[in-house]
Design a protein around this ligand. Structure first.
Ligand SMILES: [Zn+2]
Ligand SMILES: [Zn+2]
Length: 148
């Protein structure tokens, strides 16, 4: 994420939080900034480690509570289920994920070629189909390189 774009997104989210009545403590702002700055899909522990460099008094508990607050407000989303090691995602546009089976890196991708109507046929009787999220798994280029 480019610096200017990052600052723009941080300011936009801070304004949204203030409208939602959330007090903008330095710790919360640091967590917010870290999630937005992250290229990947950080889990709470890695956000915690990064925030601690700037705000040494931050606790893992505060990081978790801030991340869930942002999730509840719809400002970030999560990947997969909440257990065991949830990852947070600052990209709330519809998109899919490529996940490396070895290092766990998750990258965003978009595709317009999925036949949602056909997919819905296979889900007849399950209920309505609102969104589609693909998780494609494999060995990322970097891990494949290391494997030879
Ligand atoms: Zn990998
Ligand atoms: Zn994503």
């Amino acid at each position: 994420v480019e610096r200017e774009e990052l600052e723009r997104r941080v300011e936009a989210l801070k304004a949204t939080l203030q409208r939602a009545g959330v007090r903008l403590t330095p710790q919360r702002v640091a967590v917010l900034r870290e999630v937005l700055a992250s290229e990947g899909h950080p889990d709470a522990e890695s956000v915690f480690r990064a925030v601690k460099k700037h705000v040494p008094e931050v606790s893992l508990d505060t990081v978790y509570r801030t991340l869930w607050m942002l999730t509840d407000l719809g400002l970030i989303t999560t990947l997969g289920s909440r257990q065991p090691r949830v990852q947070f995602d600052a990209n709330t546009r519809p998109h899919h994920h490529y996940v490396c089976l070895r290092c766990g890196v998750a990258r965003d991708f978009e595709t317009g070629e999925l036949d949602v109507a056909r997919l819905a046929e296979g889900l007849a009787g399950f209920g309505s189909v609102e969104t589609l999220h693909l998780e494609v798994r494999g060995l990322c280029a970097s891990c494949a390189g290391q494997a030879g």
